[in-house]
Write a protein that binds this ligand. Structure first.
Ligand SMILES: Nc1ncnc2c1ncn2[C@@H]1O[C@H](COP(=O)(O)OP(=O)(O)OP(=O)(O)O)[C@@H](O)[C@H]1O
Ligand SMILES: [Mg+2]
Length: 274
C-alpha cells in the first residue's frame, strides 16, 4: 500500500496543552497526552464533559493554537497555523450582519485565499452551487437578522464548504438550535458531508457535541474525553449502516451505543453539575 493510502488525514501525537494564567502564572493542563488518528473521509465526533478540552483540541487542529508539547499533522505535515485545507464552524453563527446570505457565503471566495486565482464568474457559480446545496435558494438576498437560526447555520455551513476545505472542524455547530431543526440539520449535514458519495469524495469531519444521540447518528467513530486533565477515555467505532436517516435512531444498536457512551461520561457529567 502506498504511503498516502495508509497515512491518516489527521494525526495527533502525544499532544499536551497547558495554559498559564496571566497574573498568577498558575498553570492549567487543558489537554494531556492526546494521541489520535483520523482517516480521510471519516466523520468523527468528540464528546465529553464541559471543560475537558474539546475546543482546545479543535483550536490546535485548526492552527489557532499550538500544543505545549506533542505534534499535530495533516497529510503527514506538521500544522503550524490556520490553512485553507481546514474550515472551522462554531456554535454562534459568526455571520457578518451587514452582508446578505449570498455575500456571507461568498466572503472567503471573494476576499480570501480559497478564491485566489479563480475567475470571477467561477467564484459566483461556486457560491450559487453552495446556496443550492444547503437549500437556501430564495433567501440569498436576505440579511442574517431576517432568517431563522437554522437558516443562519446553513449559511455558515455553506460558507465553510464553499471555501473547499478537506477537513471540516465544527464546534457544537447545532448547539443553539431548537430540537427539531437540529434533527433535520443533522441529516442534512450527513448528505452534505458526502454520505452517499464514494468514500474518497467525502470530507473529513471533526465535530464537537454534548449530545450523545447526535454523536452516534453522525459518526464513524466517537472520541470520548474525560477532564482534569483532558484526556481521551475511549474511541468507539459506530457500526451503524450508512446512509442513515431518522429510522436509524430506532435501531437497537443505536440505543446500545448511546448507553455505552453515557456510561463513560455519566459520573463526570454529574460531578460537573454538583
Ligand atoms: N485561553 C485559555 N486560557 C486559559 N485557560 C483556558 C483557555 N482556553 C481553555 N482553557 C481551559 O482549558 C480547559 C479546557 O477548555 P475547553 O474550552 O477546551 O473545554 P471544552 O471541552 O471545549 O468545554 P465546553 O464543553 O464547555 O465547551 C478548561 O479548564 C478551560 O478553562
Ligand atoms: Mg468547547
Amino acid at each position: 500500500m502506498s504511503d498516502t493510502m495508509t497515512r491518516p488525514k489527521l494525526r495527533l501525537d502525544h499532544v499536551t496543552k497547558e495554559f498559564a494564567a496571566p497574573r498568577t502564572g498558575l498553570r492549567t493542563v487543558a489537554v494531556s497526552d492526546v494521541s489520535l488518528e483520523i482517516q480521510a473521509g471519516d466523520f468523527v465526533c468528540i464528546v465529553g464533559p464541559s471543560g475537558c478540552g474539546k475546543t482546545t483540541v479543535m483550536n490546535m487542529i485548526a492552527g489557532l493554537d499550538k500544543p505545549s508539547s506533542g505534534t499535530i499533522e495533516i497529510d503527514g505535515a506538521p500544522i503550524t497555523g490556520p490553512g485553507a485545507d481546514r474550515g472551522v464552524m462554531f456554535q454562534d453563527y459568526a455571520l457578518f450582519p451587514w452582508l446578505t446570505v449570498r455575500d456571507n457565503i461568498g466572503f472567503g471566495l471573494r476576499n480570501g485565499t480559497p478564491g485566489r486565482g479563480m475567475a470571477a464568474n467561477d467564484v459566483e457559480e461556486r457560491i450559487s452551487k453552495h446556496i443550492e446545496l444547503v437549500r437556501l435558494g430564495g433567501a440569498e438576498t436576505k440579511y442574517p437578522h431576517q432568517i431563522s437560526g437554522g437558516m443562519r447555520q446553513r449559511v455558515a455551513l455553506a460558507r465553510l464548504l464553499a471555501n473547499g476545505p478537506d477537513v471540516l472542524l465544527m464546534d457544537e455547530p447545532l448547539g443553539a438550535l431548537d430540537a427539531q431543526t437540529r434533527l433535520i440539520l443533522q441529516a442534512e449535514l450527513l448528505r452534505i458531508w458526502g454520505e452517499t458519495a464514494p468514500r474518497e469524495e467525502r470530507k473529513t469531519a471533526v465535530f464537537i457535541t454534548h449530545d450523545i444521540a447526535e454523536a452516534v447518528f453522525l459518526s464513524d467513530s466517537v472520541v470520548v474525553m474525560s477532564s482534569h486533565p483532558g484526556r481521551i477515555r475511549a474511541v468507539l467505532p459506530i457500526d451503524l449502516p450508512r446512509p442513515r436517516d431518522e429510522h436509524v435512531r430506532a435501531h437497537p444498536r443505536f440505543a446500545q451505543l448511546s448507553e455505552e457512551i453515557w456510561e463513560l461520561i455519566r459520573d463526570e457529567a454529574y460531578r460537573a453539575i454538583a
